[in-house]
Design a protein around this ligand. Structure first.
Ligand code: NDP
Ligand code: BG6
Length: 496
């Protein structure tokens, strides 16, 4: 069947299906000497360029403290030479207003050259620099519409600092100028949760507490803290993963259908769902949330050091690299259904998976096969890698008896569409350039997730001995206590 673009098959490079941007634009990247710019932002913009999506006239201006010239800046990236011709660099001191005067002159000149007012400021810097940069942009008169500002997680450290950041943002920019990135919302497979749920009829009827026994979300990484100890030591896994990616995935799995998939309707439903999560009982937190930290171990056949032995990590660090939690959503649809969430670094492999586990059959008619022993039906969204959806169900084994066996019917993007999925940053940068906020977070998204997690963080902070993380050997699925969290309820984590 042909798609809406009239194609029988998806092209190998799916970006070719995206509409070409007509209006010229400029992006100023603060922190352009850093990791995010090198690993994600420039490669994504370069891919959009190579796919022919970017207009003829655009510029990328790197801005950071490091002294370098345009050539040196360009030489940091592996990108198409024609794309790199659009890139230049200016040194700025983020905290010094004087430094924003030459920046403004350069931006004005570049904007004149491309003949457009479509301007984006991307803050790819450590979060404590957000407020000084936003204030200096405003003082330099660079905050005027239609300029947009993109900020990266973590959005603050807690509810109070998130509110301070938001107040600064809203003092200097209007809401339609602010793009808060959670790159998980840019992942094709995360968006596919919405299509699966709301473009199919048969699943909606069973997507509730009458049929669903529980839901498991796992975001596992085999890597450790790598070179990001400076960042991670101040943040920890709960803030790094749960405050944003994990809660957003949960919201998409559990939210009510919005009346349409546009910016506000979709975002309203997401926030409504997050508001329905039951607050954690702080007095018995251990029964709801397990904190872990990796010790030495073996990952992918290689011996790796403990978190506390990583460069830049304090020898007595209490920062968690693993969290497992159980939560409830207090609304009609999900009342009584536990959601088990876990994420960690230095687990056996990289995988992000959501499993919606249905109830067991009430009674088995097959002699010698008690209903309890029959694995339940499960719908599994594999968000990465090997992206796809599976449905697990029982079939009769081809033998004389009536012996059921669980099997999995799998859809894999790559097998079916034969394409490599675009990187989340490619999609999100495109949306920023086009000014579409649908896949971005709103102030209330952030506030509601901090309201949920803030009491947990405060409890951990106030009683570091009681909440000291359990050590798990690198290369395992976290501490034993994480297993007990789910096993106490008569369930178990899926084997991944
Ligand atoms: P980096 O640590 O690489 O920092 C980016 C740049 O900021 C550096 O090159 C440096 O540039 C400047 N900088 C760093 N520390 C300071 C400091 N103490 N004072 C002043 N300037 C400083 O960060 P990333 O690129 O990894 O991340 C940027 C933002 O994106 C962060 O908010 C991070 O949380 C977020 N993020 C990053 C991801 C990633 O994969 N890297 C993923 C998701 C979010 P210079 O010295 O030249 O000014
Ligand atoms: C980032 C976190 O937001 O997401 C990192 O800061 C984590 O700690 C990364 O490694 C995981 O993203 P992805 O897309 O590789 O699953």
């Amino acid at each position: 069947m042909k798609c809406k673009l009239g194609l029988e098959r998806c092209p190998d490079d799916i970006l070719r299906c995206f509409p070409r941007i007509e209006q010229s634009f400029g992006v100023v990247i603060f922190g352009a000497s850093g990791d995010l710019t090198k690993r994600k932002l420039i490669p994504a913009l370069n891919r959009l360029f190579e796919a022919g999506i970017l207009p003829e006239r655009f510029f990328v201006l790197g801005a950071a403290r490091t002294n370098m010239d345009d050539e040196e800046f360009r030489s940091r990236f592996e990108a198409h030479p024609d794309f790199l011709r659009h890139c230049s660099y200016i040194s700025v001191d983020y905290q010094n207003l004087e430094s924003f005067k030459p920046l403004k002159n350069t931006v004005d000149d570049l904007m004149k050259k491309i003949g457009s007012s479509n301007l984006i400021f991307y803050l790819a810097v450590p979060p404590d620099l957000y407020i000084p940069i936003l204030e200096n942009l405003s003082k330099a008169g660079l905050n005027r519409k239609p300029a947009r500002v993109v900020i990266e997680k973590p959005f603050g450290k807690d509810l109070e600092s998130a509110r301070r950041l938001e107040d600064t943002l809203q003092k200097h920019f209007q809401e339609d100028q602010i793009f808060r990135i959670d790159h998980y919302l840019g992942k094709e497979t995360v968006q596919n949760i919405l299509v699966f749920r709301f473009a199919n009829f048969i699943f909606e009827e069973i997507w509730n507490n009458k049929f669903v026994d529980h839901v498991q979300i796992t975001m596992a990484e085999d890597i450790g803290v790598e070179h990001r100890a400076g960042y991670f030591e101040n943040v920890g896994l709960l803030r790094d993963i749960f405050q944003n990616h994990m809660l957003q995935i949960l919201a998409l799995i559990a939210m009510e259908p919005p009346s349409s998939f546009n910016g506000e309707n979709f975002r309203n439903e997401r926030v409504k769902l997050l508001r329905s999560i039951r607050p954690f009982p702080v007095e018995e937190l251990e029964s709801w949330i397990v904190r872990g930290q990796y010790g030495r171990g073996v990952v992918n056949g290689k011996e790796v050091p403990a978190y506390r032995e990583e460069p830049g990590v304090a020898k007595d660090s209490n920062v968690e690299t693993f969290v497992a939690m159980k939560l409830f959503i207090d609304n009609w649809r999900w009342s009584g259904v536990p959601f088990y969430l876990r994420s960690g670094k230095r687990l056996p492999k990289k995988i992000t998976e959501v499993a919606v586990v249905f109830k067991k059959i009430p009674h088995s008619i097959f002699a010698g096969v008690p209903s309890d022993e029959l694995e339940p039906n499960t719908i599994v969204f594999t968000l990465q890698p090997n992206e796809g959806i599976s449905l697990e169900f029982q079939v009769k084994r081809p033998c004389p008896g009536m012996f059921p066996q669980l099997l999995s019917m799998d859809f894999r993007y790559e097998d079916y569409f034969g394409v490599k999925l675009p990187d989340a940053y490619e999609r999100l940068l495109l949306d920023v350039i086009l000014g579409d906020p649908t896949l971005f977070m709103r102030r209330d998204d952030l506030e509601v997730s901090w309201e949920l997690l803030d009491p947990v963080l405060k409890a951990w902070e106030n009683d570091p001995v009681r909440f000291s993380p359990y050590v798990y050997p690198a290369g395992t699925w976290g501490p034993r206590e994480a297993d007990l969290l789910i096993e106490r309820d008569g369930r178990k984590w899926r084997k991944l």
